[in-house]
Design a protein around this ligand. Structure first.
Ligand code: ASP
Length: 429
């Protein structure tokens, strides 16, 4: 049975068990499922532990194997433009939808205050973790690591990637006999990481069962009722971005039909949904791009780690809707120029969002501050926190889909043959 079918079964069973415990109020089942949480977390850790060595090895080997610097620059520029364009498009789509539906205008003040009071403790924790502001220069400075080893130790992927890209580009300029041992070592490291992933992925269906069961057994179903319009708007917006922006882009730029594309990347989407983490999904994203979409490993390894860290279409769409929702709830009008500010800050904030669960909410605080909603940030976050986990799962799916769409586009534009016969790909994985 294909991996994504097994994951799907784990997910459905987890959802059934979690909802039974939750809706049926079966306390003992909730406790049993709650006890499974470490299993799910252990799995995410096992995958995440490969990310640092894999990112460094992949990018250095990828950059070095792309070869000459001008090609490297071209591939990098295409990826960055694609990432920025789709992120800004997602933010704009979120704004348009919020203006049309006005989800925040549908909540009465009593419900608003009750919701805000309920999760105010967790919201203030988030606010404390947020950075004070978002400036372009601050962002650029954070990009450059003082010490790449420290960046790796702190799981600060963006500066680590920055270093790996420059190092890889430098390796590409060396004579072939100098380059060979470094590239050979890096390729061997990333192959060993792939072996570990194959081992760990055998646990995926069980871990996914645990992760989904825990989330659904704890989910505040009553909160969902009050925030239904907002939740459905974010989910609908993500679906629209998936089918009306990314799918046509893949068709036009990579010449892959939507059905074929989604069939081949199904396991990645399910995995992103279950783990809520682009970073934890990265090993599988890389593998899928290479084996199922047929992207060369040079391009996949160069483009995807970058995407998993900076490209967050789903997060951008979610942040745009969340800002508008909070503004509408507190009846703060948003002018046209503030709409533009939102697109800009959300794009930057999404780039700065780490690919880990819940990171999008922390960066949302900065976006709120940038449009004068700083005073409402804490209560606003408390309002939406109750449904955040489910939205996190869904936005992570779109985040990784955008990465794969970009890899397919860049590969095709560099003249690569995509879509290897699936039987072989399945058999190999
Ligand atoms: N969980 C998301 C991701 O890993 C980031 C977010 O919280 O929006 O892609």
């Amino acid at each position: 049975m294909a991996l994504h079918h097994k994951i799907l079964i784990g997910m459905a069973a987890g959802l059934a068990a979690g909802l039974t415990a939750n809706l049926g109020g079966i306390e003992w089942l909730r406790t049993v499922l709650g006890n499974l949480e470490p299993l799910g977390l252990a799995f995410i850790r096992l995958i995440t532990m490969i990310v640092v060595p894999l990112v460094v090895a992949s990018i250095v080997a990828g950059a070095a194997s792309i070869g000459d610097l001008s090609r490297l620059g071209r591939v990098g520029a295409k990826a960055v433009v694609f990432y920025l364009f789709t992120t800004a498009a997602a933010a704009a789509l979120g704004l348009i939808l919020s203006d049309l539906v006005r989800p925040g205008s549908r909540i009465d003040p009593a419900t608003r205050d009750a919701l805000a009071a309920r999760l105010s403790g967790s919201a203030s924790e988030f606010v404390q973790r947020a950075e004070p502001s978002l400036s372009f220069t601050g962002f650029v400075l954070k990009l450059i690591p003082r010490n790449p080893v420290q960046a790796a130790a702190e799981f600060d992927l963006l500066p680590l990637i920055f270093f790996a890209l420059i190092f890889g580009a430098a390796v590409a300029t060396l004579s072939s006999e100098r380059r060979a041992p470094i590239v050979g070592l890096m390729e061997a490291v990333s192959q060993a990481c792939t072996v570990i992933i194959h081992w760990v992925m055998k646990l995926a269906p069980y871990a996914v069962f645990a992760l989904i069961a825990v989330v659904s057994s704890r989910f505040g179903v009553d909160l969902l009722r009050s925030l239904l319009v907002y939740t459905l708007l974010v989910l609908g917006g993500l679906a629209l971005h998936n089918f009306l922006v990314l799918a046509p882009l893949v068709r036009v730029t990579a010449r892959i039909g939507p059905r074929e594309f989604f069939r081949r990347i199904a396991a990645v989407q399910l995995f992103a949904f279950s783990t809520s983490s682009s970073n934890a999904t990265l090993p599988l994203t890389l593998e899928t791009a290479e084996r199922k979409l047929g992207v060369s490993n040079g391009i996949a390894r160069f483009v995807l780690p970058l995407g998993a860290t900076i490209n967050m279409d789903g997060t951008a769409l979610y942040q745009a809707i969340a800002v508008m929702f909070i503004a509408q709830i507190y009846a703060v009008p948003m002018s046209l120029s503030q709409h533009l500010t939102i697109v800009l800050t959300v794009t930057l904030a999404a780039i700065g969002t780490a690919g880990v669960p819940g990171a999008g909410v922390i960066m949302l605080i900065i976006v709120l501050q940038s449009v004068g909603l700083g005073a409402q940030a804490e209560t606003g976050i408390a309002l939406i926190l109750g449904v955040d986990r489910i939205l996190d799962m869904a936005r992570t799916v779109i985040n990784v889909t955008g990465d794969l769409a970009c890899a397919a586009f860049v590969a095709r534009s560099e003249g690569e043959e995509l879509l290897p016969p699936l039987e072989t790909a399945e058999a190999e994985s």
